[in-house]
Design a protein. Structure first.
Length: 100
């Protein structure tokens, strides 16, 4: 039905450029791919993937850079985190699930 690619912070420099500090063990949701025939009408498969990742990694902050899927990421309840320098053009929006 769907698959996700996860990575540790090690692969990203974007976070430092954005001025965002995350725990060292934060995990990036690099992408989510949902089987094409399940996309229309929307069936919530992507949201189910996110909920499962939240269950699998309860002690880790999770984050994602949106690739033209801002509405989806807003719908997950994750926090939109604007860049500290206020720049928006040419940068992907960052969404974070903070863990306390």
């Amino acid at each position: 039905m769907a698959r996700a690619l996860l990575r540790t912070r090690a692969g990203f420099t974007d976070l430092e450029d954005a001025g965002v500090e995350l725990p060292r063990d934060a995990i990036a949701v690099d992408f989510i791919e949902v089987r094409a025939d399940l996309l229309h009408p929307r069936r919530g498969v992507g949201t189910q993937v996110i909920r499962r990742l939240e269950q699998l990694y309860p002690d880790h902050a999770l984050y994602a850079f949106s690739e033209k899927a801002d509405d989806f990421w807003f719908s997950t309840g994750w926090s939109f985190t604007p860049r500290r320098d206020g720049r928006t053009s040419s940068y992907r929006p960052l969404f974070i699930l903070w863990r306390v």
